[in-house]
Write a protein of this length. Structure first.
Length: 236
C-alpha cells in the first residue's frame, strides 16, 4: 500500500455549539454521524472543546473506554464515582479508564475564564476491567523539547498508562523552527493544538487541522516560525 497523508482542515470537523460549549469533533460523535468518518486506527474520539466559565459536563456514565484529557488553557475539575477529584491544567496528563462502568463530571471551576481541552478516546484491550484514574505532570519533559509520550499502552516511563497495547499518544510544545520526526505506526493522527507547522515538507497545517497518516513512515514535522503544540496518536 502506498503511504497516505490525508489532511483534514479544522473547519471540516463536525461542530456542536451550545450556550456553554463550543465543540469540534474530528470523528462522528453524539448526533453527528458519518459512517466514513468514525475513527482512525484505534482512535475513536478527538474532541476540541471550549467550555464557558462555571459550566461543564455534568455527571454522566462511561464504560469500556480509555479517556485521555489534555487541557490547553484554563482549568478543568474532575470528579468521579471512584472517589477521584482533581483539577487538570496545561501539562497535566490525565487518563480515566471507564472499565465496567464509571460516572464522572468535568466542570470549569473558573468564574471568568474559559477552559479549552482536547479529549480523546480509545478502546481498551479487554472489556470489563476495574475503573481507574491516573494523572501526571509532564511540563518539564515538554519544556525540554521534542515529542514526549503522554499516554502509552507500551510502558513508556514518562507517560500515563492506558489499557491498550496498540496505542501511544505523543505530544510536543515545539519551539520556533524545531523539527521532529513523526512516530512510525500503521495509523498516525497528527492534531495541531496551536501554531502552523508543516508536515512532510509540503503539507502546511494550522490550529485545529489534523493529518491522518497510513503507513507513512516517519515524516518530518516543522514547527514553523511561531512554534507549535501538537498531539500525535500512533496506533495499530
Amino acid at each position: 500500500m502506498s503511504p497516505i497523508i490525508d489532511v483534514r482542515p479544522a473547519d471540516s470537523r463536525f461542530h456542536t455549539r451550545l450556550d456553554w460549549l463550543d465543540s469540534w469533533h474530528s470523528f462522528s460523535f453524539s448526533s453527528h454521524y458519518d459512517r466514513e468518518n468514525t475513527h482512525h486506527g484505534l482512535l475513536l474520539v478527538s474532541n476540541d472543546d471550549v467550555v464557558a466559565p462555571s459550566t461543564g459536563f455534568g455527571t454522566h456514565a462511561h464504560s469500556d473506554m480509555e479517556i485521555v484529557t489534555w487541557v490547553v488553557r484554563g482549568r478543568l475539575e474532575h470528579r468521579d464515582s471512584e472517589g477521584n477529584h482533581a483539577e487538570i491544567y496545561p501539562g497535566l496528563a490525565q487518563r480515566m479508564s471507564a472499565g465496567r462502568g464509571i460516572r464522572h463530571s468535568e466542570m470549569n471551576p473558573d468564574r471568568s475564564a474559559e477552559v479549552r481541552l482536547i479529549q480523546m478516546w480509545v478502546r481498551p484491550d479487554v472489556d470489563g476491567i476495574d475503573p481507574g484514574y491516573e494523572q501526571l505532570d509532564i511540563n518539564s519533559q515538554l519544556d525540554a523539547g521534542g515529542l514526549v509520550p503522554i499516554a502509552s499502552g507500551r510502558g513508556h516511563d514518562s507517560a500515563i498508562s492506558i489499557h491498550q497495547r496498540g496505542a501511544v499518544l505523543w505530544g510536543g510544545r515545539l519551539a520556533p523552527d524545531e523539527v521532529v520526526s513523526v512516530p512510525d505506526a500503521h495509523h498516525v493522527h497528527v492534531f495541531v493544538v496551536t501554531g502552523a507547522p508543516v508536515l512532510a515538507g509540503d503539507h502546511p497545517l494550522a490550529s485545529g487541522d489534523a493529518a491522518r497518516l497510513l503507513d507513512a513512515g516517519s515524516p518530518s514535522l516543522d514547527a514553523g516560525r511561531a512554534g507549535a503544540e501538537v498531539l500525535i496518536w500512533a496506533t495499530d
